[in-house]
Design a protein around this ligand. Structure first.
Ligand code: GLN
Length: 473
């Protein structure tokens, strides 16, 4: 059995003919079957994955030049389109739907000889913090199967943590890459808004969504990010800013000015061991010659409400296309146009998605638009400006990734507000549009991993990943 440690090592082993891509894919398929109870994969694309593996093996044999992701087995969150393959956003409403085109990120992975192995369970339409909202059942955390893996990219984090594949792509609207990364001891990156094309990503809240990698280590995440990043003519919000070579700018030894948010570290509800792990890390940074300062962020209590007002508004608009006519599921009981809409949507969407569509419709309604949606936009501007102001004086901002470690199934299910507060530290980066990464920074006495979050200025992924690469515990 091949033991994967990093993409670099894997490619050395492939070149030295110590392992073949085909063997790697067969091993992944067998591991996925063995750990099927984790429910991370919704579908495994054995045939296309094996074909991609054999193509790369042939290239190696012939001495042809290889892509930068040759031999790397990648899973896709079930909201990223891959032509000719099913995609469902873990929702019944997309039943039977097959992608008509590939997401730009998928094209970019394939162009570098990556092997795409299958699609990964997630919260329905990426709405959730625990992966309990999937129409296809919950995903188990391999580190403690009574606990959630985090969400919404729970399957994507578990696939990496449980060695089912090498890297995965998730999407992050308010923390959906970083929170599950933190709960599973993996590295998760949310890029700057506009750094990665959203073409072919099923939209949740378009002004917040970004695709990013989940990996075993910072170097692998950096490499995958630099490959999927860049301007795309299919996504007008993608940036023309030059993509840096993130993977070669790690552990540079550069000294940074680090701010940590006092209110986040001191917040009531932060697990004392999480607090300690973050403070220890800050001490390590100081010892290594970085400057560390506490900074005040007065808007902590406004983050979650702003996020939920604005994202539900965008979601109510984005999800109106799932009407029983254009895509997937259509109710058998429909008798006319109106009942087709009503019944298909009532039967096709799960409870959390319905809650958010209704909330979003409400905040956009004529009578409440000013009180909620407009107000939300104004507060978004304040949060954006304050974040930018801090990042004028500092290279990075540090917080815990999450207030606690992975929690038990059902713990927050009865109270949506409690569940929404799980996102308190991650949503700031999406509201402001800045990049953020979660890196493991310790193991709690309950045996579960803890994560530290590093945010940086717009398009400053290099700095952020450079510092992330020296986090140690
Ligand atoms: N947990 C957050 C939510 O439920 C974030 C989701 C995400 O980033 N896709 O909306």
């Amino acid at each position: 059995m091949y033991s994967f440690s990093s993409i670099e090592q894997l490619q050395t082993d492939l070149n030295n003919k110590q392992v073949k891509c085909e063997e790697l894919v067969l091993q992944a398929i067998s591991e996925i079957k063995k750990k099927q109870h984790l429910n991370a994969f919704l579908e495994v694309w054995e045939l296309t994955a094996l074909e991609q593996a054999r193509n790369t093996d042939a290239k190696i044999k012939n001495g042809d030049s290889l892509g930068r992701l040759s031999g790397v087995i990648i899973g896709l969150k079930d909201n990223i389109c891959y032509k000719g393959h099913k995609v469902s956003a873990s929702s019944k409403i997309l039943e039977g739907f097959e992608s008509l085109y590939s997401a730009t990120v998928v094209e970019k992975l394939l162009a570098e000889d990556a092997i795409i192995i299958g699609r990964l369970n997630c919260d329905e339409f990426a709405m959730g913090s625990s992966n309990e909202n999937s129409a296809f059942g919950k995903v188990l955390n391999p580190l403690n199967e009574n606990c959630v893996p985090g969400g919404s990219s729970g399957g994507a984090a578990v696939a990496v943590a449980a060695d089912l594949c090498h890297v995965t792509l998730g999407s992050d609207t308010g923390g959906s890459i970083r929170q599950p990364a933190s709960f599973t001891g993996t590295v998760g990156v949310k890029p700057t808004y506009g750094r990665v094309s959203r073409y072919g990503l099923i939209a949740y809240a378009s002004s917040f969504d970004q695709i990013g990698p989940i990996a075993k280590n910072v170097q692998d995440a950096a490499l995958v990010l630099e490959i999927i990043a860049g301007q795309d003519k299919h996504d007008n919000t993608s940036s023309s800013e030059k993509v840096k070579s993130y993977s070669t700018e790690l552990s540079t030894g550069k000294k940074y000015k680090i701010a940590y948010l006092k209110e986040c570290v001191d917040a009531e509800g932060v697990d004392p061991e999480v607090k300690k792990a973050v403070l220890n890390q800050l001490e390590n940074f100081k010892k290594d010659g970085h400057t560390v300062e506490a900074v005040s962020f007065p808007y902590l209590d406004f983050l979650v409400p702003t996020y939920y007002v604005l994202t539900t508004a965008e979601a109510s608009s984005n999800l109106s296309r799932f009407d029983g006519i254009h895509y997937g599921y259509r109710s058998k009981g429909a008798t006319d146009l109106e009942s087709t809409y009503k019944k298909s949507r009532s039967e096709g969407f799960g409870a959390e998605v319905k809650r958010r569509i209704m909330l979003g419709t409400f905040v956009l309604s004529a009578g409440y638009y000013d009180a909620y949606y407009s107000k939300g936009q104004k507060v978004r501007r304040l949060i954006h400006d304050k974040t930018k102001e801090i990042l004028k004086d500092f290279d990075v901002i540090i917080t815990p990734s999450t207030p606690g470690t992975a929690f038990e199934f059902g713990k927050n299910s009865a109270d949506p507000i409690k569940m929404y507060l799980e996102d308190i530290f991650t949503v700031q980066a999406n509201i402001a549009g800045v990049p953020a990464v979660s890196v493991p920074c310790g193991i709690h006495s309950n045996g579960l991993p803890m994560g530290i979050q590093i945010m940086a200025g717009y398009f400053e992924e290099s700095k952020m990943l450079d510092l992330a690469s020296v986090v140690k515990f």
